[in-house]
Ligand binder design. Structure first.
Ligand code: FES
Length: 109
C-alpha cells in the first residue's frame, strides 16, 4: 500500500523567531512552529480547547500557554498540562532538512 503521507517544506530555519513561536500558514492550514530548548517542533496553531491561536500565546521554551483561557501544553509532546486544556495539542511530525523545516502531512485523496 502506498504511503498516504508526504513531507512538505514549511519554512526556512533562518526565518524562525529564535526561542519563540512562529506562525506559518501553508498548505491550506496554519501551523505553530516552536523553537524549543530541545529543537524545533510543529503543531496545529489552533488550541484544542476552543480554537484560539496559540501563536499569540506565551512560550517559555518548553510549554505554550493559550492566550484565551491560559490552558498549557507541552510544545514537544502536545500533552495538556493545565486546565481548562484536557485534550492534547495536535503535534505535526517534523524534521529539519537543508536548513528548512519539513512537515509530514496526509496526502489529499
Ligand atoms: S481556547 Fe485555549 S485554553 Fe481555551
Amino acid at each position: 500500500m502506498p504511503d498516504a503521507y508526504e513531507w512538505l517544506s514549511l519554512i526556512a530555519v533562518q526565518q524562525l523567531e529564535r526561542g519563540d513561536i512562529t506562525e506559518v500558514t501553508a498548505h491550506g492550514r496554519t501551523f505553530a512552529v516552536y523553537d524549543t530548548a530541545a529543537g524545533i517542533t510543529v503543531s496545529d496553531a489552533r488550541c484544542p480547547h476552543a480554537g484560539a491561536n496559540l501563536c499569540l500565546g506565551y512560550f517559555d521554551g518548553k510549554s505554550v500557554e493559550c492566550p484565551l483561557h491560559q490552558g498549557l501544553f507541552n510544545a514537544t509532546t502536545g500533552a495538556a498540562l493545565a486546565a481548562p486544556a484536557t485534550r492534547p495539542l495536535k503535534m505535526i511530525e517534523s524534521r529539519v532538512q537543508n536548513h528548512t523545516v519539513m512537515i509530514k502531512i496526509a496526502r489529499p485523496l
